[in-house]
Design a protein around this ligand. Structure first.
Ligand code: SAH
Ligand code: DHB
Ligand code: MG
Length: 222
């Protein structure tokens, strides 16, 4: 099967089940216009995040890696009116684009985008007593994935759902070696999760408009 076919099937599913609306389409268009990389989750993946948050009954979400706020919008739309989503973004240009996209989607009352390296802003979050979060979506620099999952655990409660994006990367996850720090970080994260008695997890491979990749889904046990 080819990338062309994966993209066609994703388009078919997306048109039927996760069609864009004005706010989602504008979020992607303005992200591209501002020069952001086109690496947001695919529409059907965004819808998966949304549905996972919904079936979980999530009221609070922590996202690490905002980009233009596309996944943020999908997740925030799963929350009740008094819900809360905090999204951490290193790049101030990305954060500004995301804030505008989130405001246009009518979600600025429940979403806060915080600028800075997540390893700097996560301790601040903890210090101010934020959390525990019901769901954490990890989708930033892959080299720090072990740290992000450790922080997700610190800011969790029994039952918290943790999702990590991009754990396959074209299959490179099974090529250990020091040459690709993103792969090394993802493998260290997976080994950490496997050793961690407070986490119960699985990982899935995906194909689609974003190529061959996958995600980790974990639940914090009591
Ligand atoms: N979740 C987004 C995509 C995120 S792309 C979506 O699916 O729509 C990854 C983002 O993580 C980029 O915007 C990048 O600037 C940000 N990032 C990279 N390193 C980071 C760090 N150390 N702390 C916080 N964000 C970081
Ligand atoms: C990259 C990052 C992502 O979060 C993603 O979903 C796809 C690609 C990247 O850094 O290349
Ligand atoms: Mg990603």
């Amino acid at each position: 099967m080819t990338q062309e076919r994966w993209t066609a099937v994703d388009r078919y599913f997306t048109d039927l089940l996760a069609p864009a609306d004005d706010a989602l389409a504008a979020a992607l268009a303005d992200s591209t216009a501002a020069g952001l990389p086109e690496i947001a989750v695919a529409p059907n993946q965004g819808k998966l995040l949304h549905l996972l948050a919904r079936v979980h009954g999530a009221r609070s979400v922590l996202e690490i890696g905002t980009l233009g706020g596309y996944s943020t919008i999908w997740l925030a739309r799963a929350l009740p009116a008094d819900g809360r989503l905090i999204s951490l973004e290193y790049d101030p240009v990305h954060a500004d684009v995301a804030r505008a996209n989130i405001a246009r989607a009518g979600l600025d009352e429940i979403v806060e985008v915080r600028t800075g390296a997540a390893l700097d802003t996560l301790p601040l979050l903890e210090a101010e007593g934020a959390g525990p979060f019901d769901l954490v979506f990890v989708d930033a620099d892959k080299v720090n994935n072990p740290h992000y999952v450790s922080w997700a655990l610190r800011l969790s409660r029994p039952g918290t759902v943790i999702i990590v994006d991009n754990v396959v990367r074209g299959g490179r996850v099974v090529e250990p070696g020091p040459d690709d720090p993103a792969v090394t970080g993802t493998r260290e994260m997976l080994e950490l999760v496997s050793r961690e008695p407070r986490l119960d997890a699985t990982a899935l491979q995906t194909v689609g408009s974003k190529g061959y990749d996958g995600l980790l889904l974990a639940r914090v046990v009591g």
